[in-house]
Design a protein. Structure first.
Ligand SMILES: [Zn+2]
Length: 293
């Protein structure tokens, strides 16, 4: 018998802004590698309708619908339709009474600034401001975001769905291009991912729980830093995930950013209402061909 009315399922989504897929093979990212080995890591192409900018891409990721529905076309969130197409932490908290949590340091995701917030009504929300707009300040911010997330994930709140936003990698790319500082920032993000995974595994009730972990980036970066255009480097994002229904080493059907929210609902065993008009679908392992003979 389940201790929790809503079951033993839990989901942790870690959004790392602006991480180039092509650089991952040359960087030591053991914690991301562990998620990929336990499930998969696969590319996502930002679709033709979506500017390769953080605002529209993150909105698509957490709502499960594209720009034509959610209405976020840039980094100003004004004119959005999030009341109709809310993020998963809000939808789960308001219509499914699930405990949810969102944390990060980019204002319009969490505050009523620049037309935001994207996360309109999660069960718990933490905004942690970078002290200034520099790569160094963003590393400090992401450290504090990670500490806050670890505290909540191991505390009494017991969120069933959590979104953690890490912004330092993208900021470093904008300020310094995609050189050594950018690469080091990716390693830093991976180390923070490791602490979040350790927090989950360290929960007193971990043995009775079934966790889905999704790590996702929103877009890439040009070599000199910057994005928003249609180049392959800018359009290429990725998703890594592991959990129930995702066998280790799974190959998955081609992915879209809209699939993240769809998978969150599936991982919590919630059947989306057709009125939500989700455009994504849960991550689906490719059926292996039957052995010949
Ligand atoms: Zn971004």
């Amino acid at each position: 018998m389940s201790l929790w009315p809503a079951g033993s399922r839990r989901v942790l989504v870690i959004g790392i802004d602006g991480v180039r897929l092509d650089l991952l093979p040359e960087l030591a990212t053991p914690h991301l590698d562990a998620v990929a080995a336990a499930g998969f890591l696969a590319p996502v192409e930002v679709d033709d309708a979506t500017p390769t900018m953080s605002g529209p891409c993150w909105t698509t990721i957490v709502t499960g619908v594209g720009v034509a529905k959610h209405g976020v076309y840039g980094n100003h969130f004004g004119g959005n339709r999030l009341e109709v197409f809310p993020d998963f932490t809000t939808r789960l908290a308001t219509t499914h009474r699930r405990r949810t949590f969102a944390v990060g340091g980019w204002e319009p995701l969490f505050l009523a600034r620049q037309g935001g917030p994207l996360f309109t009504a999660p069960g718990r929300l933490s905004y942690i401001a970078p002290l200034e707009d520099t790569p160094e300040a963003w590393e400090v911010c992401d450290e504090r975001v990670t500490a806050e997330a670890v505290s909540v994930l191991t505390g009494d709140d017991d969120p069933q769905a959590t979104f953690v936003y890490l912004g330092a990698v993208d900021e470093t790319g904008h300020f310094l291009g995609c050189g050594e500082e950018y690469r080091q920032s990716i390693r830093n993000a991976d180390e923070r991912l490791g602490r979040l995974l350790a927090a989950v595994r360290g929960r007193a009730t971990y043995a009775e729980e079934e966790w889905t972990v999704i790590v996702v980036t929103d877009h890439g970066h040009l070599d000199q830093g910057g994005h928003g255009g249609r180049s392959v480097l800018e359009r290429t994002a990725w998703i890594a995930a592991c959990g129930p229904g995702l066998p280790a080493g799974a190959r998955v059907e081609p992915l879209h950013h809209t699939d993240v929210a769809a998978h969150v609902y599936a991982a919590l065993e919630i059947v989306p209402d057709p009125h939500w008009t989700l455009e994504g679908r849960p991550f689906t392992p490719v059926a292996e061909p039957l052995p010949v003979g």
